[in-house]
Design a protein around this ligand. Structure first.
Ligand code: EZ4
Ligand code: CO
Length: 412
């Protein structure tokens, strides 16, 4: 059996998704997610021009060899575009291997280590009233753990707040918690760290008073603080017992986390924009984090993220895989198989996709009582309805960016 063809399919049901479909000479197909929010077509070109021609004729069973070949033969290593492209190939080959074996992928990864995956959802509101409604809504949907993001007085538009606007494909407005906005230019948001640092502890105090001490709560700082500001935030949130505080400082500087760590016992998570084990080397070895935020989709696939998580397991660091709506159902399913199999699973982020996306990607995973399960279908359990996909052509969309009051560009 050889790889006969590989097709890159771009579809934009509620947002843009890039999917690699590999077909073998026996007619077995495998899917991989290659979606890189706001830079989708760069991965399409990388795959179409440079990777697909290398795959034709290869043995689909040789997953590790194909990974090493694509990684090392490029010479130019790492980076989000390269690693998303390699991830898509890797997941598609695991999908094929598991289908050929007649087993759900998690069985090939060691079998189930638990009955299901604890998830967290995204509650948000521009003020406390909206936030509380959103928390209640998530609890009604079954979520057992909840991320909390709110507006900050004085700031008009900040990361993580759901829009109430009904999604319309051509209006350019956001839907749900999707930060990318369709249109020719990125949206500009505003930022002021001092206001944020004053406000966030009052939000968590209010949420604990309203919803009690039991519910695991999370928060995302989205890379916007300096190390000492992040240290102060971690300290000021200690009374509210966070499950984790995420991305407090920009990802490029691992040493920042050492300073944060010296000042606070609030658990830390980072890594959604990392893409290799080398990005994690120092912070895992020095035990500067508690959760690895990488997605299968952005970190070289099952093969490479498993390597990261095995390394993390030596230091009692657990998984907290990235699961926003810009990971396609293919990428989410791959994460579920890996999360079910590994010992050091922590929590899985899960934002539901829209109805259009669910029609394009036929899924067998389940979400019940706040727990995800990848299902028992051979492979990863997701199939692409290509006819439905073709009805939603690519639409240009960008992530927003931040400016301070004086006009300075700031981390978003
Ligand atoms: O901003 O996935 O924790 N989740 C996040 C996400 C990211 C988007 C970027 O594409 O930080 O909302
Ligand atoms: Co995040």
């Amino acid at each position: 059996m050889i790889i006969d063809r590989a097709d890159v399919i771009v579809t934009s049901p509620d947002r843009n998704f890039v999917t690699l479909k590999i077909t073998t000479s026996d007619g077995v197909t495998g899917l991989g997610d290659a979606t890189l929010n706001g830079r989708e077509l760069a991965v399409v070109a990388y795959l179409t021009e440079h990777v697909v021609p290398l795959l034709i004729g290869r043995d689909p069973a040789c997953i590790e060899d194909t990974w090493q070949f694509l990684y090392r033969s490029a010479y130019w290593r790492r980076g989000p575009v390269t690693m998303a492209a390699i991830a898509a190939v890797d997941v598609a080959l695991w999908d094929i291997k598991a289908k050929v074996a007649g087993l759900p992928l998690y069985q090939l990864l060691g079998g189930a280590s638990r009955t299901g995956l604890l998830t967290y959802g995204h509650a948000s509101g521009k003020d406390l009233e909206e936030l509380f409604d959103s928390v209640r809504d998530h609890q009604e949907q079954g979520y057992k753990a909840i991320r909390v993001q709110t507006g900050v007085p004085g700031l008009t538009s900040i990361y993580g707040i759901a829009s109430n606007a009904t999604f319309d494909a051509n209006s350019g407005v956001r839907y749900d918690h999707e930060p990318a906005q369709r249109g020719a230019l990125p949206n500009e948001e505003d930022w002021d760290t001092r206001s944020y640092l004053r406000h966030v502890p009052t939000v968590f105090e209010a949420v604990r008073n309203e919803f009690g001490p039991e519910i695991p709560l999370l928060h995302d700082g989205h890379h916007r603080m300096t190390p000492i500001q992040a240290a102060r935030l971690g300290k000021s949130l200690e009374p509210y017992d966070l499950f984790w505080l995420e991305d407090v400082t920009p990802a490029e500087n691992p040493e920042a986390l050492r300073l944060v760590r010296q000042h606070t016992t609030t658990p830390l998570a980072i890594g959604e924009i990392f893409n290799t084990v080398w990005d994690y080397q120092q912070i895992i070895r020095e035990q500067l984090i508690d959760y690895v935020r990488s997605a299968v989709t952005h970190t070289g696939g099952i093969t490479h993220l498993k390597r990261v998580l095995e390394y993390a397991s030596q230091y009692q660091i657990k998984s907290g895989m990235h699961g926003p709506t810009d990971i396609s159902p293919v990428g989410m399913a791959a994460a579920m198989h890996l999360g079910l199999a590994i010992h050091n699973f922590g929590i899985q982020e899960y934002m539901k996709h829209g109805a259009r996306t669910d029609e394009v990607f036929e899924q067998s995973f389940t979400f019940e009582g706040g727990m995800l399960h990848p299902g028992e279908k051979p492979g990863i359990g997701v199939e692409l309805n290509e006819q439905a996909a073709a009805a939603h052509p690519y639409a240009q969309a960008y992530l927003p960016y931040n400016r301070l009051a004086d006009g300075t560009v700031h981390d978003w």
